[in-house]
Design a protein around this ligand. Structure first.
Ligand code: FRU
Length: 503
């Protein structure tokens, strides 16, 4: 196999991809499995595709890891290292990796959980002959995330999954990953308009304090997310090995209840953009390196995005993001810090005042990091035009960050034209860190506690920074190109046939 890389945002060379699955760090590599259609760029024949990386930035695509069967598709799930061979699926001397996933009957009648094991570091997988290992008789029971829980007396496996239509997270425990016993459930609470999917549950220390550990429950919801369509809410609380108890319980709401924007804004959201869904975290990392990857799309239009005839594909992942918990104005919030791709220093300026009649212009590479530190007067207004495809605005009077991607939405699928917004602190120095790929923006504000991720239409190569109203002081503005080399990117199935770019 030739060396194959894909930098910054993972996307398979061909075909359809949605949720990240089975994220695990093992033997010094990060493995990313994902919902994948081996036959084309549409959602179907769901299998687990596979890629791996040593740095979470540059990815190598591998052959399909777990394939659909004549009766079932392989829906989302997770993977763990069964270090003590509790499952008995290891071979002499080698502890198995165990993948836990949803067997989704092609008839649509049943969703059950199955497992598969790998003793070659995640490259080949043997489905367990006794599958399924967990069947509730439900057609909407899916997306198991499994982790090892260390209780006061003993350690065991915990599974968080969803009863998607009931908007409930269900928890199970097991000693061997094969026999599962019911523990408890959570919901419906908070945002319940759309189905609940892809839960995750993990501990994090507040401000790094080992004596103040909270548990974060991630729940993806589709539709009814804060920005419209797919979105991910989070709840902070405690987990005692049986039950998750929220610190500030979101209101009970029946399944399907449509909440107002104000009601949704009361909840905590992982991302306030439209294209960050089904995000889950890696197993195999220490708690203080908790790392998430999400699917950078939205079910509202994912299937309508244009494909390149040469290499038809749809779907990309977000940048990997390190998660932590921080206390801000008495509230505990999830903070996200992108795992930064290497950059080459580009244009930079400092201490420049920006007036409404004198915008700044600079080159905007296809892939880059834009950092802006600005001081705004109380009614100040800062605007960054991202090559004509989107406007990023900080509105001090409204205390808001907005991303408006309507300017070039005409050529995009229905539902794509949108303006995202989130409340941020606009007093003092406002810092935005923006990672741009040729077709996306990930904006980290308020020290990573407010994030907007959006796909973008094709854009030009000029960044225009302007102010409206009173003068805005730009303390620093830098645009650094991401160092990438995917001219060599051919995936395993295309090796020697066609390369993605350049060839
Ligand atoms: C979330 C999801 C999961 C399911 C998978 C199917 O995007 O709907 O609930 O397991 O995608 O591809």
């Amino acid at each position: 196999m030739t060396p194959e890389t894909c930098s910054m945002h993972f996307r398979p060379a061909r075909n359809w991809m949605n949720d990240p699955n089975g994220l695990i760090r093992h033997d010094d590599r990060y493995h990313l499995f994902y919902q994948y259609n081996p036959h084309g760029p549409t959602h179907g024949y769901l299998s687990w595709g596979h890629a791996s990386s040593v740095d979470l930035v540059s990815w190598t695509e591998h052959p399909v890891a777990i394939e659909y069967t004549p009766t079932d598709e392989i829906f989302s799930g997770s993977a763990v290292l069964d270090a003590q061979n509790t499952s008995g699926l290891g071979v002499a001397g080698a502890a198995p990796l165990v993948a836990v996933y949803t067997l989704a009957a092609r008839t649509g009648e049943r969703q059950t959980q199955g497992i598969a094991s790998s003793t070659d570091g995640g490259h080949t997988w043997a489905p367990y002959p006794g599958n399924p290992v967990l069947d509730r008789g439900s057609a909407h029971f899916r997306d198991p995330k499994v982790f090892r829980y260390q209780g006061a007396d003993d350690a065991y496996w915990v599974m968080v999954a969803v009863e998607a239509v009931e908007r409930r997270v269900v928890l199970y425990r097991s000693d061997d990953l094969i026999t599962w016993d019911y523990l408890s459930d959570y919901g419906p609470r908070g945002a319940t308009e759309g189905v609940w999917e892809c839960p995750d549950l993990f501990p994090l220390a507040v401000d790094g304090d080992p004596d103040d550990v909270r548990w974060v429950l991630l729940i993806s919801i589709n539709p009814g997310g804060i920005a419209g369509g797919s979105g991910t809410q989070y709840v902070i609380g405690h987990f005692d090995g049986v039950r998750f108890v929220p610190d500030d319980a979101p209101p009970r709401r029946p399944a399907g209840a449509v909440a107002t924007r104000a009601e949704l804004a009361e909840l905590d959201w992982l991302d306030h953009g439209r294209d960050c869904y089904a995000g889950v975290t890696f197993s195999g990392l220490p708690d203080d390196e908790r790392t998430l990857i999400a699917w950078m799309s939205n079910w509202e239009y994912a299937g309508g995005l244009a494909v390149d005839d040469e290499a038809p594909r749809r779907g990309a992942m977000t940048l990997a993001r390190r998660l932590s918990l921080v206390r801000r104005q008495g509230r505990v919030l999830v903070r996200q810090q992108p795992v930064a791709p290497a950059t080459d220093p580009g244009s930079a300026l400092s201490d420049t005042s920006l007036t409404s009649d004198a915008p700044l212009q600079t080159e905007l590479p296809a892939r880059c990091r834009v950092e802006v530190l600005a001081e705004l007067p109380p009614d100040g207004h800062l605007r960054l035009d991202l090559g004509g495809s989107a406007l990023v605005e900080v509105d001090a009077a409204a205390g808001e960050l907005r991303l408006d991607r309507r300017p070039r939405a005409g050529a995009m699928p229905d539902g794509f034209a949108s303006v995202e917004s989130v409340g941020i602190t606009t007093t003092g120095i406002v810092r935005l860190e923006i990672w741009l790929d040729h077709d996306s923006a990930e904006i980290f504000a308020d020290d990573g506690t407010r994030v907007i991720t959006d796909l973008l239409a094709e854009r030009g190569r000029t960044l225009v920074v302007s102010a409206r109203g009173d003068e805005v002081l730009i303390r620093r503005l830098s645009v650094d190109a991401v160092r990438v080399d995917d001219t060599r990117y051919t995936a395993w199935h295309d090796a020697g046939v066609a390369s993605m770019r350049g060839a």
